[in-house]
Ligand binder design. Structure first.
Ligand code: GDP
Ligand code: GDP
Length: 455
């Protein structure tokens, strides 16, 4: 009945009731084996509450909902990368940099039984310039004997090491009290609606596609590069650029300046860097070299953007090199290679001559509007009822799955939850996404639809 459908809607996060307030995030970083996972489990009280509907959650970063002293927050376990021994230091530093951009507070965990290793020192150095509060955790202090040894960790320059034993729970309550002292009530920047701040753009694409050239073109002369905006702190690795009467934050532009060489592993780090830039951004401008065929590497970067759930703009660069013959061939290539992202808008530009670069701004704006868009539950369900009535889902095992109700759980990107009485085939879900896009228009943004089957 209608009534029970509404009960379901009430019980999930993120409908217009405002039940889902954005929660601040605590990131846990450190070398492998220092006890990060053990600490996360301790903080969670071993509840297995994986929060998958939280925006920005990817395979590498799993967020869990935690609660302490009546306050809710997300704990982010930044594991998942498995670098070789040589790459360890950089991978941990990257992890810390990512946390500095996305989290509201950071725990750096070190192993007190080992002391400060060179990797710990490197990551501490990175974190010392963090504007996000950092708490140093000396883990594995299982007994008093180790307390004196842990004192040497003051040398990391991150203040007093908090002595804990994640395995036994020693000191973790005090640690959480300290966390709540530094953790803001609401998440940083614009995760909450209406808090403004320059929108964050990542320029991505394979090496030599023209990212630096485009940034230079967009920034024009030095005067349009903004160094100070009231109420904004500029991460030294970002550039603020005034475009179309607005300030935009181009993330990780230091990474653009610092070119990767051909050293072993360079490609792996370039890809980590791309990934971090995408994570830090709200919209990615994906540059593709229009003068040569689309490559696997191009498609991989596009997938990274879509998987991260960021808004996407496709910029076909070096258009000045494209002649008439190539154009037709290129159109066919684009049609063939970008079927899954028909929703992404395209601009043909030349960072070299400046052709059409000003067109990027309105397209980025549209993409972000789509990314932020929320469809009221009533409108969504009126539409759904009509679509399902005219094209019902295919039968499964002799039964017709009923589509009961839908709600938009989150924005950024728009994520919908459908409640059904049975499994919906992938083909039907794609059909619904197509119709949803036709009706509500989500140009430039990925859209996620998850199906919850009600027994
Ligand atoms: P991660 O790789 O940083 O996530 O580390 P884990 O949480 O997987 O822990 C690595 C190892 O350290 C495991 O064998 C844990 O049981 C152990 N460990 C974690 N915390 C403590 C602790 O407080 N005391 C001791 N003695 N061992 C711990
Ligand atoms: P990045 O590695 O992606 O930052 O690429 P760069 O901006 O360094 O550009 C790589 C090379 O492509 C440079 O020699 C640029 O001058 C050239 N380039 C970049 N954009 C264009 C363009 O629109 N047209 C042409 N003809 N060359 C370009």
């Amino acid at each position: 009945s209608d009534e029970s459908d509404w009960e379901i809607a009430d019980s999930i996060e993120g409908d217009e009731s405002g039940a889902h307030l954005p929660m601040p995030t605590l990131a846990v970083v450190g070398r492998p084996n220092v006890g990060k996972s053990t600490l996360v489990n301790r903080i969670l009280g071993r509840r297995e509450a994986v929060v998958e509907d939280v925006p920005g959650v990817t395979r590498d970063r799993i967020s869990y909902e935690a609660q302490w002293a009546g306050r809710k927050f997300l704990v982010q376990d930044t594991g998942g990368w498995e670098p070789d021994a040589k790459g360890l230091q950089q991978a941990v530093a990257r992890q810390a940099e990512l946390a500095m951009r996305t989290a509201d507070a950071i725990l750096l965990v070190v192993d007190a039984t080992v002391g400060a290793t060179s990797t710990d020192e490197a990551v501490a150095k990175t974190l010392r310039r963090s504007k996000t509060p950092v708490i140093l955790v000396a883990n594995k202090v299982d007994g008093e004997r180790l307390e004196a040894e842990a004192a040497v960790l003051w040398s990391l320059g991150l203040g007093e090491p908090r002595l804990v034993s994640a395995a036994h729970g020693r000191g973790t309550g005090d640690l959480l009290d300290d966390v709540l002292d530094v953790l803001p009530e609401t998440p940083r920047e614009d995760l909450g609606p209406g808090t403004g701040g320059p929108r964050r753009v990542a320029l991505v694409g394979k090496p030599n596609v023209g990212k630096s050239s485009l940034l230079n073109k967009l920034a024009g002369d030095e005067r349009s590069v903004v160094h100070d905006v009231a109420g904004t702190t500029v991460d030294p690795v970002d550039s603020l650029v005034e475009l179309g009467g607005k300030t935009w934050r181009f993330v990780d532009t230091a990474g653009l300046r610092r070119k990767v060489g051909n050293a072993a592993g360079a490609e792996y780090y370039a890809s980590l860097r791309t990934k971090a830039a995408i994570e830090a951004a709200e919209v990615a401008v994906m540059l593709i070299d229009a003068s040569v065929p689309i490559t696997e590497q191009d498609l991989r970067v596009i997938s990274m953007v879509v998987d991260a759930g960021r808004a996407l703009v496709l910029a076909f660069n070096k258009w000045d090199l494209v002649d008439e013959d190539r154009r037709e061939q290129l159109e066919r290539e684009i049609d063939r290679e970008t079927v899954q992202i028909r929703w992404a808008e395209r601009v043909n530009i030349s960072a070299h001559t400046g052709r059409a670069v000003q067109k990027l701004v309105p397209v980025m704006e549209t993409a972000l509007e789509s990314w932020d868009k929320r469809i009221p539950t009533g409108r969504l369900n009126n539409w759904l009822k009509e679509v399902v009535a005219s094209t019902p889902p295919p039968m499964r095992g002799g039964r017709l799955p009923r589509v009961l109700f839908a709600t938009q759980a989150t924005t950024r990107p728009p994520t919908f939850v459908l409640f059904t009485t049975g499994f919906l085939e992938a083909g039907y879900r794609r059909f619904l996404e197509r119709r949803l896009r036709e009706e509500f228009g989500f140009d430039g943004s990925p859209v996620r639809i998850s199906v919850r089957v009600r027994e």
